[in-house]
Design a binder for this molecule. Sequence first.
Ligand code: UN1
Length: 501
Amino acid sequence: MPNELNYIDGKWTPARSGKTFASHNPANGDLIGVVPLSAREDVGDAVEAAARAFEKWRKYPAPKRAEIIYRAVEILRARKQMLGELLTREMGKVIKEALGDVQEAIDMGMYMAGEGRRLNGLVVPSELPNKWGMAVRDPLGVVGVITPWNFPIAVPSWKIFPALICGNTIVWKPAEDTPVLAIEFVKILQEAGLPPGVMNLVCGYGDAGEALVDHPNVRVITFTGSTATGTKVATKCAQNLKRVSLEMGGKNAIIVLDDADIDLAIEGILWSAFGTSGQRCTACSRVIAHAAIKNNLLDQLAARTAKLKLGDGLAPTTDVGPVINQKAIEKIDAYTQVAKKEGAAIVVGGEPARAGELAKGFFYAPTIFDNVAPTMRVGQEEIFGPALSVLRADSFDHAIAINNQTNYGLSTSVYTLNINRAFEAMRDVTTGLLYVNAGTIGSEVQLPFGGTRGTGNGHREGGGYPVLDTFTEWKTIYVDYSGRLQRAQIDTDELSSRIVQ
Ligand code: UN1
């Protein structure tokens, strides 16, 4: 039986209690690994190690930190196939997407290692002569990283690489559904040469995450997960004035206007709604179709959806893999019942899929709900599975209004061939990501990722230099080399009158 460990202070260690839990393949129940069931005391050990390591790591030059990240990227590249296959086995997404998950971490590592020779600050003129003014980025200390199972390599890389390049040390609590992948990721960072204590890993459930959030020596929490848990995390962090960056739910829409390329829109909808079995925070879970094309769109979409092949993500013929666990099946099915009760029509799917081999895993038939009104629960709430609601809009303005009318604000797509409409959408859509003539998924690491309203709290991650703001504190520095007392805001008047004369 594979037996894996926590990583604390540069050593692989069991939980102090000796307790463990198991990770299984959602497609067939196979055992993937047995990992430590960590408690508050283990988290405490990890935070102490990270706090000790910080004093050295923050002084290690950023370009040298970058060299370690570049080495990690090379190992990720060499192990891409192995990690991709493990990823499919531990969380279910089809192999092509699993390889994409690993590739996103490679991209992020390359991008953030480049920051090792930038980490730009500000240098600006002073209002007084012989005085220098600048602002530099200081690391904060120990960063607590809490990550989900749906992007078990990519999302952690969005947090770990930037936190490291900025000079912070880390304690990572990965999702309980994908601990073995987390262990593989940390092995790579260890092999790349991170000094002991800089990166620590504690496997466990929500109580281990809570201990990390509570710990007074953790200065930042970066969390991706549900809005309900994220809100609890933020409340606790507020009590300790701890910085917190949140990436949470979505109710993302694809708007299809009457002048759209319908074939292109259908490809985008199928990919965004049913890719990763709908388990992306960016997944399309609403189509807002203009009345003039809605029936045509829905007919074609339903026919294509019915043909999607469910199965083990390692099989080359599989279009849609399993969902993560039995609880997910129950949640998705509960929404199907809600949809029926609310008066929506089930056009395709609407039940767990149990035929043949599928009975061994957690499969739900790709589902479309029609006649969904914007205020219905299936028009408002995140389902996080292969379930898509179709809504009707009477005009462009109506479509935008429906799109903006949810408690989430992550990703929106607009399909139109009218350039003016595209620009109006760019102005009026209130989500953090907007795609024109492409689906709601597929962010790239060199641009910020994040959402408005219930999706986040204003931080951005996933790339782009704005992520550095989460992991650094601005330090403003003035150097006066005039050799006399110079008073800002006071001596400046006298000075300018002298110069003018
Ligand atoms: C997520 O679902 O948490 O844009 C992240 C995308 C991916 C990242 C998704 N690059 O869908």
